[in-house]
Ligand binder design. Sequence first.
Ligand code: PLP
Length: 383
Amino acid sequence: MTEDRFETIAIHAGQDPDPATGSVIVPIYATSTYVQEAPGVHKGYEYSRSDNPTRTALQTQLAALEGVLPGADGGCVATSSGLAATSLIGYLLKPGDHVVISNDAYGGTFRLFASVLADHGIEWSAADLTLDGGLEAALKPRTKLVWVETPTNPLLRIVDIAKIVGVAHSVEAMVAVDNTFATPFFQQPLELGADMVMHSSTKYLGGHSDAVGGAIITNNAELYDRLKFLQNALGPVPGPFDAYLFLRGIKTLAVRMERHEQNASAIARFLESDSRVAQVWYPGLASHPGHELAARQMTGFGGMVSFRPSGGLDAANSLVGRTRLFFLAESLGGVESLIETPANMTHMSVDGTDLEVPADLVRASVGIEHVDDLISDLDRALG
Ligand SMILES: *Cc1c(COP(=O)(O)O)cnc(C)c1O
């Protein structure tokens, strides 16, 4: 097991054939409760909020993909959404504790800290973690958590995880990395010293735009125990059907990510060379400010491309209304291509803050359709 590589782990970790029937695929254990032989004497399952075998398989699979192999310290807790995972991490904090959040983090992360956790006494500030000294300037005596998102959404800026970990750990703050955009296939934050990895499994992990879910993975035994306790105490767990969809989606994560990246990189190059496009953000482009760091920190550049058409806001709005293959929709990471304008869709909650994104920014989640068809679609829509 320990010697197995990513693709093999994705298909086998936590997924031994079902002992009862030999079923090759982990069954969907659609049950809320489990028979006990005598009070407290059972096969490890009591009630499905606490544990469910389909969810256990998913958690084992995901932990292993983030480098926490079966038997190692730590593990994964799967949640009912990415934001439920972020909320559980928020519950690790106490009133008066302070959190530093990566500038241009996912809008919902920002909203959770600013509009929910702030009311419970958790203080926060946003900082540009891509800048030298950016984190140091934002630290407070009670900074207990640094929230890193890299690549960031939607500007795909790259934060140096190992460097942030060095600074955070020197003041005894934990580091959580939102690894949704990169996935463990392209980026291993725990290996770089992060304490926790958070996912919106809704995106690339599920990969088929058919379920909402999240996860937290840690290699710290004590943190894992607290998160596992919170998962049960707060209760935002995925049902067995959703756990099955993620387990199934993750089996093909490696091949999907390779194709997402090939397509995104071809599209980024097409857009960069086209005069109808003013600016392109893709970490794989040499012109991207975080390119070298991304090349060092990640094993691939991902499937997200952001750009601004030359014609400004009108051009952006008409472009996203004209694509045929790129569906105009929020979300990302599915096999089908999606396109949106973050300023008035996914990032409305950051309007008027220093996390604001350009109004004419277009974000594309490049799917795994044939790349020539995707490029023709954008070419036509650019008008
Ligand atoms: C979608 C997303 C989230 C939130 O996840 P949900 O599953 O929608 O709750 C968090 N971070 C990033 C980067 C995302 O894309």
